[in-house]
Design a protein around this ligand. Structure first.
Ligand code: IPE
Ligand code: IPE
Ligand code: MG
Ligand code: MG
Ligand code: MG
Length: 294
């Protein structure tokens, strides 16, 4: 990995992890429901690449000079993402028993607790944003609007995903599905990072476009890794999509063509970054996400 990438991930990831723990500690003290914060922290702390919060922090830094200004937004998006993974693994959905290298939440606890931990992680983000003492009211309103609308898109994408199991779908529908289920949260974190920096609408729109290309490439790589990846490095089961009989970009056009498509989308994402100064880290991160094996 390139030096700058390592260095800045080494700064951002521990910062995000410490902040997530603080927010759960602050807002989830329930004497008679101790397993709720336990299950939330179990999934939050299991690891993960932290791509979404890193993007929020970095885009804010890039546009204003301070990554700390995006802390509530970064933690909010990682909570929503973790909620989406907990529910995605449930028997009624992808039925996967391994997540982030550990038993999935419903395996470590039980299904009811996993559903409720997901519910809590889908709600706490709004408390974190609303109660922040540094963000302006105007900024809070924009963050809530972005986060809720893109989360709705993610959920709509998950519905399209599960409803099409076992069906042959066209490339057009598949990309629409990806644009909702995966690009939704990536658009959210990129736009929220820009909003926390007080960016204008044109700048927010450029990062939205960047996130769209990045997210499409990201899901194609995820689908490829589900076929040719390694369970140990992925920290989740390989072959889950085949097991559920899903049409993925890789099953539709083959692994090699899918990789080409991900490469093209990554190039489009990178070209958008050329509009900004000081974006070497974002370019390295974008490239790493194409080449990743986890
Ligand atoms: C997995 O996301 C779900 C998809 C959108 C493909 P990540 O690959 O970012 O998962 P973590 O956060 O690193 O575990
Ligand atoms: C899920 O896509 C994306 C979400 C919104 C959680 P996948 O079902 O392919 O994600 P993984 O492979 O289980 O992480
Ligand atoms: Mg899924
Ligand atoms: Mg899944
Ligand atoms: Mg997958």
């Amino acid at each position: 990995m390139e030096a700058l990438l390592n260095e800045r991930l080494g700064l951002y990831c521990p910062y995000i992890e410490k902040s997530l723990e603080e927010y759960v500690g602050l807002y989830c003290n329930y004497n008679l429901a101790e397993c709720l914060p336990k299950a939330m922290l179990y999934s939050l702390e299991a690891g993960g690449k932290r791509i979404r919060p890193v993007l929020a922090l970095e885009i804010c830094r890039l546009l204003s000079g301070s990554y700390e200004a995006a802390k509530p937004a970064a933690c909010a998006i990682e909570m929503i993402h973790t909620f989406s993974l907990i529910h995605d693994d449930l028997p009624a959905m992808d039925d996967d028993d391994l997540r982030r290298g550990k038993p999935s939440c419903h395996k470590a606890f039980d299904e009811a607790v996993a559903i409720l931990a997901g519910d809590a992680l889908s709600t706490l983000p709004y408390l974190v944003i609303a109660n922040d003492d540094k963000l302006s009211d105007n900024c809070k309103a924009k963050l809530v609007s972005i986060l809720s609308s893109e989360t709705m898109n993610m959920i709509a994408g998950q519905i399209i995903d599960v409803e099409n199991e076992g069906k042959a779908i066209s490339e057009e529908i598949l990309l629409e599905l990806h644009s909702k289920k995966t690009c939704g949260l990536l658009r959210a974190c990129c736009k929220m990072g820009a909003v926390c920096a007080g960016a204008d609408e044109n700048t927010v729109a450029l990062f939205e476009e960047y996130a769209e290309y990045l997210g499409l490439a990201f899901q194609i790589i995820d689908d490829i890794l589900d076929i040719i990846g390694d369970e140990k490095s992925l920290g989740k089961p390989v072959g889950s999509d085949a097991q559920s009989d899903k049409t993925t970009y890789a099953t539709l056009v083959g692994v090699e063509n899918a990789r080409k498509k991900a490469f093209e989308l990554t190039q489009k994402a990178t070209t958008i970054l050329d509009n900004f100064d000081d974006c070497d880290f974002l370019k390295q991160l974008t490239k790493y996400l194409l080449e990743r094996n986890s």
